[in-house]
Design a protein around this ligand. Structure first.
Ligand code: ADP
Length: 440
């Protein structure tokens, strides 16, 4: 039975009992005795209820409290309600936890819940198959103590989880695992581990194929170029042959550029994260790129403005940064009409270190912008062919940016010009004077 507590009814009953005692005292001619007897009876009754409550709490395994009247009925009712609400909440939480676990068990990947120290809170069954983690036996152990991989330790130390970490399985060197850390709940991480051996193998076969074909094409191209030069040197070459030979020469040049770009692209694609710890003197690198392209700049009568911060360099791979910078500058030169204005900058703005190339050339339509970094994508094929473009330049730039944890951003307006910017993280920048990291 549930007793709803009402203060008014409680006070009325107490007052009525008090009055009854006074009346009874009046009749026996001893009000004090009547009040003392009443007080004694109430005390005994309260002690009895207290003992009943203690007995129920400690000795009885019952959800329902004992039956009682009066104020104790309200106490029991209150406790019962609290227990019921707590049980309901607990049941709901348990069912949510079960739902999460069932969902995580149904996934084809290993799922591990880690705390902020990367210690294991929970793991599904697949975690045991892929990484040998058993739950609950390994609960509380740090993931990098169980999965011994220098690559994983380094990755956790850096705590940059924007890209996945790939390691070899602790059980087999033929199995490659991809680990993705995602911040989850309060100070927790959800670690998803997937076997990517097959897709990695296919991807590496594709890369090897492109790299090998490109490499194999270099020798026939060199031989062809030799013969072309030999034939061109012949003074008795009929005029109609001269035209054909110059056309062949142009196409061989184009193929040569294509092969070189393909080799650069396959190199950038396979480069690991570990390679990007060398210091790159950006002002010097930019000087080198500009001097390499000075002839073509002069030929096209472009005005080049340099806005280069001389004090800061970048942790990275010099060959890749140089390739990205020169691809952007070559594009600006090629896609800007003669006498254009190009600005090459290396500067900091609102915490972003940026390498940018701006031109006032033909610009790009918004429709083409999303596809620009695809391999072999060219907006105007005939113009790109005239400029000797391969359609691989921006793809290389994007890969270089990704590889350096940077971001390529393109701003362009048709007929007005374009600005290609690579935003680097400030922790990847160092001071050339004292060699210290920008953030140190
Ligand atoms: P390509 O070797 O053809 O220049 P890229 O990958 O470097 O290949 O560039 C892809 C396409 O993007 C180019 O064909 C061109 O249409 C467009 N593009 C690149 N840079 C510029 C620029 N600075 N101004 C206008 N269009 C550009």
């Amino acid at each position: 039975m549930i007793y709803r507590f009402s203060l008014q009814s409680f006070l009325t009953k107490a007052f009525a009992a008090f009055l009854a005692c006074i009346v009874f005292g009046y009749f026996i001619d001893n009000i004090m005795l009547a009040l003392s007897m009443a007080f004694f009876i109430v005390l005994i009754w309260n002690y009895r209820q207290l003992i009943k409550l203690i007995d129920w709490l400690w000795h009885k395994n019952l959800l329902y409290p004992p039956e009682s009247e009066g104020v104790w009925g309200h106490v029991y009712d209150g406790i019962y309600r609290r227990i019921k609400a707590y049980r309901k909440k607990q049941k709901k939480l348990n069912s949510q936890a079960l739902q999460f676990r069932d969902g995580a068990e149904a996934l084809p990947d290993a799922v591990i819940v880690l705390n902020k120290f990367y210690a294991i809170n929970w793991a599904n069954k697949k975690a045991s198959r892929l990484l040998g983690i058993r739950w609950p036996a390994d609960s509380g152990l740090r993931i990098n103590n169980l999965v011994r991989s220098p690559k994983l330790s380094k990755y956790l130390k850096k705590a940059n989880f924007s890209q996945a970490c790939k390691i070899l399985s602790p059980y087999s060197d033929d199995v490659e695992l991809e680990l993705r850390f995602m911040p989850y709940g309060k100070d927790q991480f959800l670690l998803m581990v997937r076997d990517v051996s097959q897709s990695s193998r296919l991807e590496s076969m594709r890369r090897d194929f492109v790299a090998n074909v490109s490499h194999e094409l270099k020798t026939p191209l060199t031989v062809m170029r030799g013969y072309i030069e030999l034939i061109n040197d012949d003074e008795n070459l009929p005029p109609h042959w001269q035209f054909s030979m110059s056309e062949i020469n142009q196409q061989v040049d184009r193929m040569d550029r294509l092969v070189k770009q393909l080799l650069v692209l396959s190199k950038v694609e396979v480069a690991g994260i570990d390679d990007i710890e060398n210091k790159v003197d950006m002002p010097m690198l930019i000087d080198g790129v500009v001097s390499d392209l000075s002839l073509i700049l002069k030929k096209k009568k472009h005005k080049l403005k340099l806005n280069v911060n001389q004090d800061f360099g970048l942790y990275g791979l010099e060959s890749e940064i140089k390739s990205a910078c020169s691809n952007l500058l070559v594009n600006a030169i090629n896609y800007t009409d003669d006498g254009g204005e190009i600005t090459l900058s290396w500067f900091e703005q609102r915490g972003n270190w940026t390498l940018s190339v701006q031109d006032n050339g033909c610009g790009i339509s918004v429709l083409d912008l999303p596809r620009l970094t695809e391999r072999f994508y060219r907006v105007d094929k005939s113009r790109s062919r005239d400029t000797g473009g391969t359609g691989l330049g921006l793809s290389i730039v994007k890969h270089v940016a990704n590889h350096h944890n940077a971001r390529l951003h393109i701003d362009s307006e048709l007929g007005k010009g374009s600005c290609f910017s690579i935003y680097f993280r400030s922790q990847d920048v160092y001071s050339i004077k004292d060699g210290k990291n920008k953030e140190a």
